[in-house]
Design a protein around this ligand. Structure first.
Ligand SMILES: NC(=O)c1ccc[n+]([C@@H]2O[C@H](COP(=O)([O-])OP(=O)(O)OC[C@H]3O[C@@H](n4cnc5c(N)ncnc54)[C@H](OP(=O)(O)O)[C@@H]3O)[C@@H](O)[C@H]2O)c1
Length: 382
């Protein structure tokens, strides 16, 4: 029985993690949960799963609100990012699922790694913004970082048993998002509703917009570089609208290994939780013959500048990927608040990156660069 802490338990990945855990009775015990402000769902989860610890992060939630929703007095309540750090480092926790949206996951992930906890990582922003430090902490404590992102799970699966020095290229697949076929001149007027309509995946707001801009792939290039210790210029992106091939590895003998499956995040979540086992949780099966047309095409880098920005950020190194990620998170937030047109998301990111001189990505520098980039995006926007 493994004890699990889920950071971001009320989100898309968090709720699907709970679904998998409930399909594996006797394998996992949920001991700690966190949410930003969704008190009702957090309490419902804690009550149903008997979680002994629950953390609410938003200051806007009144102190008694969670207590009122919890049945009985058996769940200890925590507050803020500090609270997430506390529940992620509890002695009884074996694995921490990091499924919060955005770079807010950095501190609790680092606290958990320092305490030697294994991490099942969905929040790609942690590695994008603080990859070097995160990987160092994992090496020092011997804790494992297992990817939940479907592309990285696919790569991880294709890399099992890979001899050292045998990888030629990692190939990330991208659905292409809702605007893949939209004429470029129509991008200027796309709405929040259009951008939130993902063709194949059902995800939270930030990651869905990142899929529309393809920034998601930009972040994943950097994430793959850290996770698999390869230079990011050996990570390619190919558009695959059916989202069936989740990513590929090309080996030095020319052989390409791919991992296929239905677009269902529960499969990579399960693999991260039970690795290296393969367990049957009765997830829907893919009938291969139903997929007669799997197509692949080059991404349109002019229409989607995010991939080029991510490559520049990676080449610049230091705090630049952190700045790119923070600027993107803020600009997406403004777009979702309808204060910024779609095309200005990447313009803001590029502008803020252009004004940043990267320094070594030491922990304090990362935090400073993150807040500077967020403020820089917000300047002049009400
Ligand atoms: N969804 C997917 O299919 C998918 C696939 C691959 C990778 N990912 C990655 O997984 C992460 C989570 O994505 P998601 O789609 O699950 O997001 P989501 O549905 O928006 O859920 C985010 C979770 O984080 C919490 N949260 C949000 N802002 C927070 C803050 N400032 N402080 C603390 N907690 C906060 C939310 O709490 P409330 O509910 O209270 O707001 C919620 O529990 C992202 O990094 C994303 O890139 C997601």
């Amino acid at each position: 029985m493994k004890n699990v802490c889920i950071l971001g338990s009320t989100g898309s990945i968090g709720t699907q993690t709970i679904d998998i855990i409930e399909r594996l009775p006797g394998e996992f015990r949920v001991v700690a949960l966190s949410a930003h402000s969704n008190v009702r769902l957090l309490a419902e989860q804690a009550n149903r799963l008997g979680s002994a610890h629950a953390c609410i992060v938003s200051d806007a939630v009144a102190p008694g609100e969670l207590r009122d929703e919890l049945s009985g007095g058996n769940t200890r309540i925590y507050r803020g990012v500090e609270g997430m750090c506390e529940i992620a480092t509890l002695v009884e926790v074996d694995v921490v699922v990091v499924a919060v949206a955005g770079a807010i996951g950095i501190r609790p992930t680092h606290a958990a790694l320092k305490a030697g906890k294994n991490i099942a990582l969905a929040s790609k922003e942690v590695l994008v913004a603080a990859g070097e430090h995160t990987m160092r902490l994992a090496r020092e404590s011997g804790a494992k970082i297992l990817p939940i992102d479907s592309e990285h799970s696919a790569l991880f699966q294709c890399l099992q048993g890979a001899p050292e020095g045998s990888i030629e290229r990692l190939i990330l697949t991208a659905s292409g998002g809702p605007f893949r076929t939209l004429p470029v001149e129509e991008l200027a007027t796309v709405t929040v509703e259009q951008a939130l309509k993902h063709p194949t995946w059902n995800m939270g707001g930030l990651v869905t917009i990142n899929s529309a801009t393809l920034m998601n792939k930009g972040l994943e290039i950097i994430e793959a570089g850290w996770l698999f210790e390869v230079p990011t210029d050996s990570v390619d992106v190919v558009v695959h609208p059916q989202s069936i091939v989740h990513s590929m590895v090309r080996y030095r003998d020319g052989s390409v290994l791919a991992q296929l499956g239905l677009p269902d995040m529960r499969l990579p979540i399960q693999y991260a939780l039970v690795y290296p086992e393969r367990l049957d949780t009765a997830l829907p099966r893919m009938a291969v013959a139903d997929y007669a047309n799997l197509t692949f095409e080059e991404p349109n880098l002019a229409k989607f500048p995010s991939i080029g920005l991510a490559r520049s950020a990676s080449a610049a190194g230091g705090t630049m990927p952190c700045v790119m990620n923070a600027a993107n998170e803020e600009a997406v937030g403004l777009f979702l608040e309808r204060k910024l047109p779609y095309l200005d998301i990447m313009r803001k990111v590029e502008d803020v990156m252009g004004r940043h001189n990267p320094v070594e990505a030491a922990y304090d520098n990362v935090l400073h660069a993150d807040s500077w980039a967020r403020a820089a995006v917000r300047v002049g926007t009400n």
